[in-house]
Ligand binder design. Structure first.
Ligand code: NAP
Ligand code: 8YV
Length: 312
């Protein structure tokens, strides 16, 4: 009898099929009666596919008494309780590196989108407003000071792209990075005081909750721009909305939100804000590479080998 693999978040069907020799594969969306399945077969589930926002839902975890691997289809794993997994001897894997270029690209797209007012300019042409006059002048990105909060795998790629756009890069993290050519700021506050724009790309979870606080946003100031490709939890969203409304912040580019897929109504009404639906890694190529890495971890686990990308 094969161990059960339960996929609770979307996953390419053709790749799931490749696991048929290692697992009995069950997609949660095809389970007609979830509670009945968990009660009768939950203990057979040996591996789980999820993502960093869904994690292992509390109502499900209690039933998965035979679980050995949580394979996260994403690099961020903030919704997975790592201490709980460790205490139960459950391994966790994620998908680092393969998505970094796409996430960095989207961060720059949001930054340029805000500085050059791309959504508003697009609407201007479509609405025929151009026939009546010129679009208002926007803001130059070159020469700006860009502060990156979280100079990790993705943050470094954002920094490279920022440098290519002739900006000056500084960064904050809990530790100074050896051998990087950017100035280090020991707190997000100090970075915000210096920067024209902040790009946030830390992990989510309790340790970084509201790291970008009302005070940090105030330090960024009325000419400041905030870009968030990390997690909605990292930014105090209510404070952000308030400051954008009262023009105490110049603009924001946001891929992630506190209560996805919900977006505060007030944000939808604000100019100088560019919104995307958590798509930083959402290209055909990258989602395929992420899924392939999830697959590699699942196969290694089934074969008793070391996981290629285990979360330590
Ligand atoms: P990573 O390589 O682990 O980098 C994370 C960076 O954040 C590290 O440089 C770390 O530096 C810094 N950091 C951690 N805690 C911090 C804190 N309290 N204050 C300041 N900096 C802190 O991770 P990655 O691969 O770059 O991914 C980063 C995150 O991006 C993911 O965890 C995920 O939340 C997000 N993400 C979002 C999308 C999307 O679709 N929008 C896609 C992929 C990833 P120190 O250890 O020195 O503090
Ligand atoms: C995905 C992400 O949206 O990797 C992450 O941390 O947030 C994104 O790549 C997500 O993991 C989809 O499964």
């Amino acid at each position: 009898m094969l161990p059960v693999l339960l996929a609770i978040t979307p996953f390419p069907a053709d790749l799931l099929e490749r696991l048929a020799s290692n697992y009995e594969v069950i997609a949660w969306k095809e389970v007609a009666d979830g509670p009945a399945f968990l009660a009768s077969r939950g203990k057979e589930v040996r591996a789980l596919i999820t993502n960093g926002m869904v994690g292992v839902p509390a109502g499900m975890a209690d039933h998965l008494t035979g679980l050995g691997l949580v394979a996260c289809n994403g690099v961020g794993y903030d919704a997975i309780d790592i201490a709980w997994a460790r205490s139960k001897g459950i391994a966790v894997s994620n998908t680092p590196d393969v998505l970094s270029t796409d996430v960095a690209d989207l961060a720059l797209a949001l930054l340029l989108g805000v500085f050059r007012q791309l959504p508003a300019a697009d609407r201007f042409v479509r609405d025929g407003a151009w026939l009546k006059g010129a679009f208002p002048l926007a803001r130059q990105l070159a020469g700006s000071k860009i502060g990156i909060v979280g100079l990790g795998r993705i943050g470094r790629m954002i920094a490279q792209r920022c440098a290519a756009f002739d900006t000056v890069v500084g960064y904050n993290g809990r530790t100074r990075q050896p051998g990087v050519p950017y100035d280090y700021f020991s707190t997000p506050m100090a970075l915000a005081e210096w920067a024209d724009a902040l790009i946030v790309v830390t992990p989510g979870g309790p340790d970084t909750r509201h790291l970008i606080s009302a005070q940090v946003l105030d330090a960024l100031g009325a000419n400041g721009v905030l870009v968030n490709v990390a997690r909605g939890s990292v930014v105090d969203e209510a404070a952000l909305v308030e400051r954008l409304q009262s023009k105490r912040l110049a603009g924001a580019g946001l891929d992630v939100f506190a209560n996805e897929p919900g977006v505060p109504e007030a944000l939808l009404l604000l100019p100088h804000v560019v919104l995307t639906p958590h798509i930083a890694s959402a290209t055909v190529q990258t989602r395929r590479a992420m899924a392939a890495l999830v697959l590699d971890n699942l196969v290694a686990f089934a074969e008793g080998k070391a996981l290629p990308t285990a979360v330590d």
